[in-house]
Design a protein around this ligand. Structure first.
Ligand code: ATP
Length: 240
């Protein structure tokens, strides 16, 4: 049953000219789990996530979010409202304060006062940026900026979070801080799909892991099962 999954794809494929970036991917992510997507550069992670976020149209195949089909013409705004997507290259506006930046996105999602103000305060506390609320974004560290990006992504309280390499380029402490927030979001019931180049970024967080190579989802298993198969050398992945 599709409705048992937060994400279910059938033979999802994206082709650019003659290059197949994502190839016949059947992905199932259960409601409430943190699913890690790993794979080397060019494996197709970003393309897959962009299709799940309804940014990129599949060439063929189907996507179901909580049992409801994500249509190619992106005409299901209610469904998109349930998604939070953090791209790997989303710009922050350096000249805005942290508060004004978040408030801008909250308005885009039509959050009304006084709920908007309460929501901003809650989210800033969650990402540990309350003391920076009046600071210009240009003055934030890289880790703080990434936590602010996460705050923007969850401002409208989505049920499903899609995070494209969110800890890439962060120092170890910033990575750890980011992971702690993800754990809190998961315990609040959110389903989270998170990509990375390396298993160690995801191992502590994820209940299941998918491995992509050359556009294919070559493995999808619980973390325990994956480690067992790795130790038996049933899986040999160059990037792990
Ligand atoms: P990275 O970790 O480097 O971001 P990735 O696993 O996210 O890699 P994708 O960015 O999805 O991989 O790219 C998969 C393949 O599709 C790559 O070969 C890439 O060059 C190609 N590709 C992605 N977007 C386009 C596009 N718009 N036009 C043509 N080819 C593309």
């Amino acid at each position: 049953m599709e409705s048992e999954y937060a994400i279910s794809t059938h033979q999802l494929t994206k082709q650019y000219d003659r290059h197949i970036a994502v190839n016949q991917v059947d992905l199932q992510v259960e409601i409430g789990e943190v699913y890690g997507l790993i794979g080397p550069n060019g494996a197709g992670k970003t393309t897959l996530i962009r299709m799940l976020a309804a940014i990129e149209e599949p060439t063929t195949g189907e996507i179901y979010i909580n049992g409801e089909q994500l249509l190619r013409d992106s005409s299901n705004p209610r469904l998109k409202q349930r998604l939070g997507y953090l791209p790997d290259d989303f710009p922050l506006y350096d000249d805005l304060t942290v508060w004004d930046y978040l408030d801008y996105f909250a308005r885009l999602y039509l959050l009304k006062q006084p709920h908007r103000r309460y929501r901003l305060n809650d989210v800033l506390e969650l990402v540990q940026l309350t003391s920076k609320r009046h600071s210009l974004i240009s003055t934030l560290s890289r880790g703080m900026k990434q936590r602010l990006s996460l705050a923007r992504t969850i401002i409208h309280e989505p049920m499903l979070l899609l995070l494209d390499e969110p800890v890439s380029g962060l120092d170890p402490i910033a990575r750890m801080q980011f992971r702690e927030i993800i754990k809190i979001l998961q315990s609040a019931g959110m389903t989270i799909l998170i990509s990375s180049h390396v298993l160690s970024d995801l191992a502590e967080l994820c209940t299941s892991i998918g491995i992509m190579e050359l556009g294919y989802l070559v493995e999808s298993a619980s973390l325990k099962e994956l480690y067992q198969r790795l130790s038996r050398q049933q899986i040999i992945i160059s990037t792990l």
